[in-house]
Design a protein around this ligand. Structure first.
Ligand SMILES: *Cc1c(COP(=O)(O)O)cnc(C)c1O
Length: 448
């Protein structure tokens, strides 16, 4: 089974660039192909692989394709694919050190590497979680445990998972406006804090975004940290999309004050190129996380003094049973080396900036906001077109997606419909950015 599956995986990687990005289908069509009664009799592995190849692979969107620019989507990596298989074979359950000694050490080690590459203090502690949404939930839970329940400040660009987390935790949210580049408006935050204090409400937490999922907007961490310090607020930085851009020399300066944050969310399953299912939450003060998640929180222990073998992951996040997420992470970082990952991230940034240059040099496209990290938001605007640009660009996006050669998603920028792309794939080249623009022109002419 393994040999057949791995042959299939190798063929899949080899054929990726030539596959249509997505084959249009309907729910009814796929249901008709898959539906059958509960299987009672065994089925040969070859038969399972045929369904997998023809239907699952045949009707999936190929997120690892070099011109898949939708959402914030990692391509995954071959070594991580293999690591996932090995992890499943051992079926290690990382509830605590005792349950999984070597795997626990590997997780703590890789999280330490992550702290170091993003510039977070070494006395902090982090754990791997299912993704950025879970990391953001864990962060707000820690904030509430330390500061009490009260207002959480987010911006209009903040990821919706933070509003969702606040709602789940029963924490009220205050949304602050953004500036021209969609970064949190510092004066707007000061004003909101003043108003809320006067009205007797209690602010407890402010969220800064290190690269928004919509536009790549990057909040001014230093200014927000200064306000958080002065006001006694918990500072959470959502770096689920942008956090690993700290590895790229051209973006590193943006992260200078990341060490001020009380918690940071990261998604190795985005810009560390891992397959989906690996997020990370870092807490500056490990005791803060314990007060939210530990069952005996009033008995505060100091990590350095407690027995390392008594370490329990359930004291630092919502999950009990946890898969071996660190194995793909460790194998990827070791096998290619972090220098190569940093170069790939830098090249992703360069591809996005190159696309911006192509758009600015063109007569029929315009940027709607400058490139933010590796995200570009723009629209089709052919000379002389007098109609509804939002509607035209929606048609262009659908036509592009149907074409199967390139894929973009959308965003709203200053109230306008934007075509939106995010470069997050080490396979993507500058030539792919030129092909994207060619594909867009074809889609554009069809949509007029
Ligand atoms: C993707 C993303 C999230 C949510 O992360 P998931 O891993 O999808 O749960 C949160 N914040 C930002 C900025 C993101 O890009």
């Amino acid at each position: 089974m393994g040999a057949k599956a791995l042959d299939w995986v190798a063929d899949y990687y080899d054929s990726l660039r030539d596959r249509p990005l997505v084959r249009p289908s309907t729910s009814a069509e796929l249901r008709a192909r898959l539906a059958e009664p509960v299987p009672q009799e065994p089925c040969a592995f070859d038969c399972l692989m045929r369904t997998m190849d023809e239907i699952v692979a045949g009707f999936s969107r190929h997120n690892a394709h070099p011109r898949f620019f939708g959402y914030v989507s990692s391509p995954g990596a071959p070594v991580a694919t293999v690591a996932t298989m090995i992890a499943a074979a051992m079926n290690i359950n990382l509830t605590s050190w005792r349950s999984a000694p070597a795997a626990a050490e590997l997780e703590l080690l890789t999280v330490n590497w992550i702290k170091e590459v993003v510039g977070y203090p070494s006395e902090s502690l982090g754990v791997l979680v299912s993704g950025g949404s879970m990391a953001n939930l864990a962060a707000l839970a820690a904030a509430r445990a330390v500061k009490g329940n009260g207002l959480v400040y987010v911006s209009e660009e903040t990821h919706f998972s933070l509003r969702k987390a606040a709602r789940l935790l029963g924490m009220p949210v205050r949304t602050v406006p953004v500036k021209d580049r969609l970064e949190l408006d510092i004066e707007g935050l000061e004003r909101a804090l003043r108003e809320d204090r006067v009205a007797g409400r209690s602010p407890v937490c402010v969220v800064a975004t290190a690269g928004s999922a919509g536009t790549g907007a990057f909040d001014t961490l230093g200014q927000i940290a200064a306000i958080a310090r002065r006001e006694g607020l918990w500072l959470h930085v959502d770096g689920a999309y942008g956090g690993f851009a700290a590895l790229a020399p051209s973006a590193r300066a943006l992260f200078a004050e990341i060490g001020e944050a009380d918690s940071v969310s990261l998604d190795p399953h985005k810009w560390l190129y891992l397959p989906v299912g690996c997020g990370c939450i870092l807490y500056k003060d490990p005791a803060a996380a314990r007060s939210a998640f530990s069952d005996n929180a009033e008995f505060t222990r100091v990590v350095g003094l407690e027995q390392d073998e008594a370490f329990a992951f359930w004291d630092y996040g919502p999950e009990l049973s946890r898969p071996f997420r660190a194995l793909p992470l460790w194998m990827l970082m070791k096998s290619v080396g972090v220098r190569a990952i940093a170069e790939a991230i830098e090249e992703n940034l360069a591809c996005a900036r190159y696309f911006e240059e192509l758009v600015r040099a063109s007569e029929d496209f315009e940027m709607l906001v400058p490139v933010g990290l590796s995200i570009f938001c723009f629209r089709y605007r052919p000379p002389g077109f007098e109609g509804d640009l939002d509607a035209l660009n929606e048609r262009v996006m659908i036509a592009l997606q149907r074409g199967g050669s390139s894929y973009l998603s959308n965003a709203r920028v200053h109230g306008k419909f934007a075509l939106r792309g995010c470069v997050l794939n080490y396979r993507t080249s500058r030539r792919d950015m030129e092909v994207l623009l060619d594909d867009l022109r074809v889609a554009g002419r069809r949509s007029l």
